[in-house]
Write a protein that binds this ligand. Sequence first.
Ligand code: NAD
Ligand code: UD1
Length: 344
Amino acid sequence: MKKRVLLTGGAGYIGSHTAVELLDKGYNVIIYDNLSNSSKIAIERVEKITGKNIKFYKADILDTEFLKKVLIDEKIDVVIHFAALKAVGESVKNPLKYYHNNLTGTLSLLKAMEDVGCKNIIFSSSATVYGDPEVTPITEDVPKGFCTNPYGWSKSFMEQIMTDLHTANPDFKVVLLRYFNPIGAHKSGLIGEDPQGIPSNLLPYISQVAVGELEYVHIFGDDYKTHDGTGVRDYIHVVDLARGHVKAVENLEKLNGVEIINLATGKGYSVLDVIKSFEEVIGKKIPYKIEKRRAGDIDKSFADASKAKKVLGWQAQYDIKDMCEDAWRWQKMNPRGYEREEKI
Ligand code: NAD
Ligand code: UD1
């Protein structure tokens, strides 16, 4: 019997791509999302891509009692916990909202899981927990660092809460997946990243400049200690990332304790490298201006991704060109994302 997997936040960017990959492998997927940062259309598109039906609960992870009911009714074996608020700037302006949703929400989920005896959790963590690491490439042994914003701290604290839960209750299996910079979209162009308002992450911003919605890319600094002075990151195709989750589900039985795994390609690209790749894909220039550094940004962040290969048998397949091509297809096919007015 294939496992039954609950995706909290499964209507979102990474969750919807993970739903496709799990369904393709025959897993039963149940989505639990309050649609605070997503659209039901994403779930319909996942059904279209896979030809399979998804059980969807429009509900909040803060609702512990309802979570318990869903875990029991749906006989959930594993929870993949994507649900969180993730806008870094907003988290600085409204920390309590972020701590409440992300931390109280996670406590609520863990309490529900503990109460009903569902003890497998795979968690969406982030490279942000490393802070400004002294060494690159970053292995999982690099100690966690000082986060520059409440969003980052919420991820760091959630990791600690799950680690402590495992210490108290060793039956709990915890996989902390530390994502580097997810970009790109499904090859179909039907699902992708749908930021609300003006994007703050690089790739959605470049895409909107390319499609004519925004005038030029603001490059935040060209005086970093990198090969061309602009910030370097480890961009990973969202479909590769999604497949990393499938591998985590497949390998749960052989994982012990709290497993921390970087999901990344191991390669770093600068802002100018990414703009150049995007230009090659679309065959035209992307206008940009060099501006001052953005507060909280670091020179470079890229991973040693060998643990994922050793422990999960997973490795990223797609390169930066694939990522730009797929992001561009999604952007062209959905210039206004999932169409806000159709949101429920
Ligand atoms: P997303 O905003 O597209 O998806 C998150 C989903 O969670 C949304 O559908 C939202 O409606 C839902 N949600 C939020 N609060 C909820 C609540 N209280 N109850 C129920 N549903 C709720 O974000 P994403 O990019 O798909 O990110 C998924 C996870 O990965 C998040 O935890 C994020 O912090 C983490 N992450 C993302 C990135 C990235 O660059 N996208 C990088 C590292 C980690
Ligand atoms: C940011 C968040 C991080 C979060 C991640 C994914 C900060 C400080 N960090 O990471 O916590 O997990 O997004 O949501 O916000 N850049 C520009 N112009 C832009 C946008 C970005 O030059 O308009 C540069 C940045 O300076 C950086 C690179 O592009 O060097 C990537 O930026 P971004 O996509 O925002 O990701 P991170 O900063 O790595």
